[in-house]
Design a protein around this ligand. Structure first.
Ligand SMILES: [Cu+2]
Length: 197
């Protein structure tokens, strides 16, 4: 989760979970909903004039209901928007996928350790990718020059999210491979599909 303006707080009383949502940073929260239904979510941090109207519902569905809802016409996934932006902004000129370009190849870097010019190693998580787009010289990857311009003020927060989602999607293993091994076995009796409105 991230915020485009001020600090909000994502609060789902029925699930007993609450987490601050901050501008300029990603925070995460997880839950496992076990009973189908509609659960109201609130912003629990006074954030401005429309604070009281800031809310929504989490709809927990049975798998077959979820499949039906999904079939109703999904909008373009965030990573698809990010891919289009990646092309539009010319990111691929330096971040090439075929040969080594002036910037690092972004395939499968997400959530992996990256060696920096100063000898440090960092994990290429969401916050790192975000920072690298807004402030590219903050952490220079070993073997590369600080030639990338900043995209601060050029991409909106929404576009930034899309670009981060695209970089994340490049790290996903092909379907049916090792990526899902660590997930707990799902019980078919329980609803596992959740839609946030
Ligand atoms: Cu709020």
């Amino acid at each position: 989760m991230t915020s485009q303006d001020v600090i909000h707080s994502f609060f789902v009383p029925a699930f007993r979970i609450k987490q601050d949502v901050l501008p300029g940073r990603y925070t995460t929260l997880w839950f496992k909903a076990t009973v189908p239904g509609r659960y109201h979510l609130f912003c629990a941090e006074y954030c401005g004039t429309n604070h009281s109207g800031m809310g929504g519902d989490i709809v927990v569905m049975e798998p077959q209901d979820y499949a039906q809802w999904m079939a109703g016409g999904p909008s373009a996934p965030l990573q698809e928007t990010g891919k289009q932006l990646f092309v539009q902004l010319g990111c691929g000129t330096c971040h090439r996928f075929d040969v080594q370009g002036r910037g690092p190849n972004l395939t499968a870097i997400y959530n992996k350790p990256v060696l920096l010019e100063d000898g440090r190693t960092v994990i290429a998580d969401e916050n790192y990718v975000r920072e690298s787009i807004l402030n590219p010289t903050a952490k220079i990857v070993s073997g590369f020059k600080p030639v990338m311009p900043t995209f601060q003020g050029i991409v909106s927060d929404e576009q930034l999210n899309a670009l981060v989602a695209y970089v994340k999607s490049l790290a996903q293993p092909p379907p049916g491979t090792a990526g899902l091994q660590n997930q707990p076995a799902a019980s078919p009796a329980e609803p596992q599909n959740v839609q946030v409105q």
